[in-house]
Design a protein around this ligand. Sequence first.
Ligand SMILES: C[S@@+](CC[C@H](N)C(=O)[O-])C[C@H]1O[C@@H](n2cnc3c(N)ncnc32)[C@H](O)[C@@H]1O
Length: 342
Amino acid sequence: MENGIANAIVDEYLTLVDDSCVALLPHALRIAAEFGLADLLTGGPMDVEVLARSVDADVGALYRLLRALASVGFFEEVTPRVFALSALGRRLCSEGPDSVRESVLQSDSYHAWAAAPEAFRRGTPVPLSSGPHGGGQDFFAHKDVDASAGRSFTRRMRERAASCYAGVVSIVDWSRSTVVLDVGGGDGFLLSAILRHEPRLTGVLFDRPSVIASVAGRLGELGERLRTVSGDFFRELPDGADTHVMSSVLHDWPDEQVDTILERSRTALAPGGRLLIVEMVVSPGDTWHPSKWSDLGMLVLTGGRERTGPEFEDRLNKAGYTVSAIRPIPGSYFTLIDAEPR
Ligand SMILES: C[S@@+](CC[C@H](N)C(=O)[O-])C[C@H]1O[C@@H](n2cnc3c(N)ncnc32)[C@H](O)[C@@H]1O
């Protein structure tokens, strides 16, 4: 987005920030997503009475919610008190290539931002009695004990980065790779795309035990070409891979932990190998870029941060890597950083 457009949107926001649509839309969408209204309406239009019974809501309140969301194009009141799903509303469905349901729900963010002023005083996330975590290790440990929060986080990650995966697959020269290790690879979406594109490669999906347990059996289509390994990237990474991929992993952590992850990678990487990092890179100056906002999200959620190009180079140099290229990933706000061992 151009700076001018961003400024115009913010100007409008300040004008409409009372109890208008602009201020309340995130809350209204969150309720619609939590109730699963879009999924219910995929079968066709429904009377609000029936919808209210299905989601256990007050019928009058639900009507007012749907009417408001219909006024901005998410639903359509096709006959009085009967609502249909619009193309925009489809994006609230739980499945679909451009689904944003988990991003709208964002229960972690919701709790973290409610306590955010204190996080900005401290410079680190606040442990929340009502919420899931106190940043960093706690953030992920909570996902181990709450399976539903874990699945929701993994889906949210997919929504956040899905736009960049095709670009990653297409701009990398995979001819010099044999085994690809996806470090903190989540549900294996990116690694599967790489292996489907390059039938010669084999892959190792590495993540925390609870994530690997949740994806086991769902990656079968690639057979023995895709192995899963669970573990802790602060301790050790599996060796034998000549290409390490880290997509949206380093931004979760402060510098000290990033240094440890990169050192583990450097140690495990096969001779002649390389590291490919997929992250947003903070742009210089006052230009608008989502990284500057994602950075605040990291501050209050995990204690991590988004980084500038030179900041990535510093961290990589410290771990024994040299940056060989920093390239925009087509069709996305993400950047690919290629690094080679020194
Ligand atoms: C922000 S998500 C990124 C997921 C995926 N790479 C993507 O691009 O969407 C970070 C991933 O790091 C994993 N992770 C966090 N701590 C870890 C640890 N100590 N060891 C291994 N994986 C870890 C999380 O489970 C999660 O899947």
